[in-house]
Design a protein around this ligand. Structure first.
Ligand code: ADP
Ligand code: ADP
Length: 228
């Protein structure tokens, strides 16, 4: 579903953030990327939806080189959830959730209908929360809206960059459990960044263990835990 082939990213200042990365994520698989801050996880994610371009190498989505896929089409095929700052503060929960459908030109009625359905899906009553603004929500509720928004156009792929990193541990565990249920019922292919090995193990079908721009291990949780 997603394949990295010898992908390297060097920033203009000379920092090599990702160094000759090659791995493949199967359809419906949830892969967690784990490693210390600065090892290239976010850079990896941003290259998948073309927020940044690789210096060399290729990334394939369903066999197609993403370098030749239109960025708006990529928004339809890939949902993106990030920590905290993901929501537009001046937009209501319903409008935030309908961001990608708006980009795709859906009618307002259709956007609102879809947004309400998604809020239900992530456990937020649209009648209660739909017209609120992000600063009128708890941290956990905001992250739920982030997940709803990423699912709006029903993309086969989800990129999640520390989506639950900013919420307290109890809420976090709850969100993890719900996300796992959602992911298996919707059968999404997921790349999930975390610096928390427990979260990586709990969620991942396989874990990509990063160190300094490279994937040092790419294995199921039992094998990662068994490593010395
Ligand atoms: P994290 O992924 O740890 O939440 P960021 O992605 O914001 O944090 O940044 C990761 C690292 O990259 C940090 O050490 C930050 O200083 C560095 N960084 C981010 N943007 C730039 C930039 N434009 N130039 C240089 N370093 C940067
Ligand atoms: P992680 O997500 O694992 O914290 P990042 O992918 O954000 O790591 O960063 C990887 C490396 O690239 C770090 O050394 C970081 O400082 C550097 N980096 C990130 N963004 C930039 C940037 N825009 N310009 C220069 N260096 C950057």
């Amino acid at each position: 579903m997603i394949r990295f082939e010898n992908v390297t990213k060097r920033y203009p200042d000379g920092t090599t953030a990702v160094d000759d990365l090659s791995f493949e994520v199967a359809e419906g698989e949830l892969v967690t990327l784990v490693g210390p801050s600065g090892c290239g996880k976010t850079t990896t994610m941003k290259m998948v939806n073309r927020l940044i371009e690789p210096t060399s190498g290729q990334i394939f989505l369903d066999g197609e080189d993403i370098a030749s896929v239109d960025p708006v089409e990529l928004r339809r095929r890939i949902g993106y959830v990030i920590q905290q700052v993901g929501l537009f503060p001046h937009k209501t929960v319903l409008d935030n959730t309908g961001t990608v459908p708006h980009l795709l030109g859906w009618s307002k009625a259709k956007r609102r209908e879809r947004a309400a359905e998604l809020l239900d899906l992530v456990g937020l009553d649209p009648a209660v929360f739909g017209d609120r603004y992000p600063d009128q929500l708890s941290g956990g509720q905001r992250q739920r809206v982030g997940v709803a928004r990423a699912l709006a156009a029903d993309p086969p792929v989800l990129l999640m960059d520390e989506p639950f990193g900013a919420v307290d541990p109890v809420v976090r565990e709850h969100l993890q459990t719900e996300f796992l249920k959602l992911q298996s019922s919707l059968h999404k292919t997921v790349l999930f960044v975390t610096h928390d090995i427990e979260e990586a193990v709990r969620l991942g079908d396989r874990i990509a263990v990063y160190g300094e721009g490279r994937v040092e291990q790419f294995d199921p949780p039992t094998k990662v835990l068994g490593a010395p």
